[in-house]
Design a protein around this ligand. Structure first.
Ligand code: B16
Ligand code: MG
Length: 220
């Protein structure tokens, strides 16, 4: 199977920004007068900013108007951007850089498929931007994962058929999005959560693109 495009999710696959999202959400919850636990935070992974806020408010048993919600989301984002602005290459997840280098060396194109509106800033801080032929982030798509838009757009722009694409994702909603886009899927993380993926690996560390490609089925 000759793949032509590898699409990577950002948070949880290339970098662990979830901890910074959590710090900012926890700070917001504290300001609103309740505790937001790490277990609650699991529900926010891969989910858009506004939807994340809605889940947080649900946890706190609070209701807010649209204008208030916009202000709260903006406040959380200001804190989050402050945290991620201090990031550097040391925060690239183990094996991710080597994996991107291998994909490039194989002559396969690389795209990002992230829900984050801050994805470009993060890739710049990690000095990874140059590896990407195209970046789909939260500013380009209107429908969140599990909608396939984020991945389909990358394939469309780079003019690659979906069955020649593979998606690397750490969230179940992202695997569903990849499947719905008609692409191969590799789950990065727990096989209990990512069982819908064609293959699941614990992390990109020590994984080889070439050998993963050989393990994929005939068709997505
Ligand atoms: P922002 P991914 C997602 O990134 C995060 O997993 C999720 O927790 C976050 O709410 C979402 O980005 C939006 O991020 O507030 O920066 O626009 O996993 O799709 O790379
Ligand atoms: Mg993710």
């Amino acid at each position: 199977m000759k793949l032509e495009l590898a699409i990577f999710d950002l948070d949880g696959v290339l970098v662990d920004t979830a901890k910074y999202h959590y710090q900012a959400w926890k700070r917001l919850a504290a300001e609103l007068g309740f505790h937001f636990s790490e277990e609650h935070n699991e529900r926010l992974k891969g989910v858009s900013r506004m939807r994340s806020l809605e889940i947080l408010l649900e946890v706190g048993g609070l209701e807010k108007s649209l204008a208030e919600k916009e202000q709260l989301a903006e406040k959380k984002n200001r804190w989050y951007v402050e945290y991620i602005s201090a990031m550097d290459e040391s925060e690239i997840l183990p094996g991710a850089l080597e994996f991107l280098q291998e994909v490039k060396a194989e002559g396969v194109q690389i795209a990002l498929g992230s829900a984050s509106k801050n994805a470009r800033l993060i890739l710049d801080r990690l000095h990874l931007t140059g590896y990407f032929d195209f970046i789909v982030d939260g500013t380009l798509v209107s429908k969140a994962k599990p909608d396939p838009e984020v991945f389909s757009l990358a394939a469309q722009v780079l003019k690659v058929a979906p069955e020649k694409c593979v998606v690397f994702e750490d969230a179940a909603a992202g695997i569903e999005a990849g499947r719905r886009a008609g692409m191969f899927t590799v789950g990065v993380g727990s096989s209990q959560i990512l069982h819908e993926a064609n293959i699941v690996i614990p992390s990109l560390d020590q994984a080889s693109f070439k050998s993963l490609t050989r393990q994929l089925p005939e068709h997505p």
